[in-house]
Design a protein around this ligand. Structure first.
Ligand code: SF4
Length: 122
């Protein structure tokens, strides 16, 4: 028996409540209530592999700039976000760091890199 689940599309401010229909094997068989193709793509991806781009700050070794803004290079599975945050809490970034530099490769074994979104001068 098919089941339906509702997701809120986060691809634009309209925040459509998109309905995803799933068959007995867990396959997506339909998407409705979306206003555009992006919503359909988002809903299918969110149902199959729910993840989020992580934005955070990392502690540094530099007393004049103790925090470095950073983000993940791609979405991290939601089930791994706490592992990633714990892993990031244990590191200290050493200067110098350039904008968009990979500061933590393959964070917590997720195959996702953490990249700087600011500079940390020497
Ligand atoms: S379905 Fe389209 S219009 Fe609706 S929130 Fe998503 S991106 Fe925006």
């Amino acid at each position: 028996m098919a089941k339906e689940t509702e997701l809120i599309c986060i691809m634009c401010p309209l925040a459509c409540r998109v309905t995803v229909t799933i068959d007995d094997e867990g396959n997506v068989t339909g998407v409705t209530n979306h206003l555009c193709k992006e919503g359909e793509k988002y809903a299918i991806a969110e149902y199959k592999f729910p993840g989020r781009v992580l934005t955070t700050t990392l502690l540094t070794d530099d007393a004049s700039q103790p925090l470095l803004p950073a983000r993940s290079s791609k979405p991290i599975p939601k089930t791994r976000l706490m592992d990633v945050m714990y892993s990031l809490s244990t590191i200290r970034v050493k200067p110098p760091v350039k904008m968009a530099q990979v500061v933590v490769p393959n964070v917590a074994g997720t195959e996702v890199d953490i990249v700087s979104t600011d500079e940390l001068p020497e």
